[in-house]
Design a protein around this ligand. Structure first.
Ligand SMILES: C[S@@+](CC[C@H](N)C(=O)[O-])C[C@H]1O[C@@H](n2cnc3c(N)ncnc32)[C@H](O)[C@@H]1O
Length: 226
């Protein structure tokens, strides 16, 4: 199993991902609805258990899914046109080989997202990316006084050239209790298993947090030459 903390976390929670990925399901559907042509070959960065592939809605000749978690890849649909590679998307550089480079809810985990997105823009023919940004969990983070580790949406937008379309989308999820919210944070893969809180702080949160929602901020970036 990978020693990278957030990959270990994705692997540990892979069996729950399909029940806790409500927002990622909305994100992928919205992202795919913007793909205005039918690419024959697709590269999916951080493909996980296959949400992009499962929601494509058209046939492809070749679908390459890259992910660092073997346990997430085990859950990805298999077929003769699907090729799964267990590797770091930061090390991928053959973007030009595909009709479409896509990534949904994954690139925020890059070691150097600003360089990675520039490489994707400069070398791919067409791309569609949905990336979680620092407005995610904002109310909760502000309550704790914790800074976000997610990329800044404006800095990210500035990494792309002017003719690239960038849209910010906000989502909100409501919970019946703070315990449900905590479970969601742990299992959904949005926090990547960062242990930012001590047991005492978690207890304080469970007893005193008075909001029943979490908010999510995603930027959707695309450029199609077709
Ligand atoms: C939130 S899941 C999203 C999966 C899928 N794209 C979806 O929409 O449900 C993020 C995925 O990115 C993968 N991942 C995170 N960092 C990675 C990296 N550096 N290289 C490859 N995969 C990575 C994780 O293992 C996980 O499967």
């Amino acid at each position: 199993m990978s020693q990278i903390p957030h990959i270990k976390e994705f692997s540990k929670n892979s069996k729950y991902y399909n029940s806790y990925n409500l927002i990622q399901k909305k994100v992928v559907k919205k992202l795919l609805s913007t793909v205005s042509f039918k690419p024959k070959t697709i590269l999916d960065l951080g493909c996980g258990d296959g949400l992009v592939y499962k929601n494509l809605g058209f046939k492809v000749d070749k679908f390459v899914g890259v992910d660092l978690s073997t346990l997430m890849l085990d859950l990805h649909p298999k077929s003769s046109e699907v090729f799964l590679e267990c590797k770091d998307f930061d090390s991928v550089d053959d973007f030009d080989k595909y009709d479409l480079v896509i990534s949904s809810s994954s690139l925020q985990w890059s070691k150097d997202i600003y360089t990675l997105v520039k490489n994707i823009e400069n070398n791919s023919q067409n791309f569609a990316l949905a990336i979680f940004t620092e407005g995610t969990f904002k109310t909760l983070r502000d309550w704790f006084g914790l800074k976000s580790f997610l990329p800044n949406k404006n800095k990210l937008k500035m990494s792309f050239s002017k003719n690239v379309s960038c849209e910010t989308i906000s989502y909100k999820l409501e919970f019946k209790s703070t315990l449900e919210m905590l479970k969601y944070i742990k299992k959904s893969g949005v926090s990547g298993g960062r242990k930012e809180l001590k047991v005492k702080e978690i207890k304080y949160f469970l007893q005193n947090y008075d909001k029943d929602f979490l908010e999510f901020e995603v930027i959707q970036v695309k450029k199609f030459n077709m």
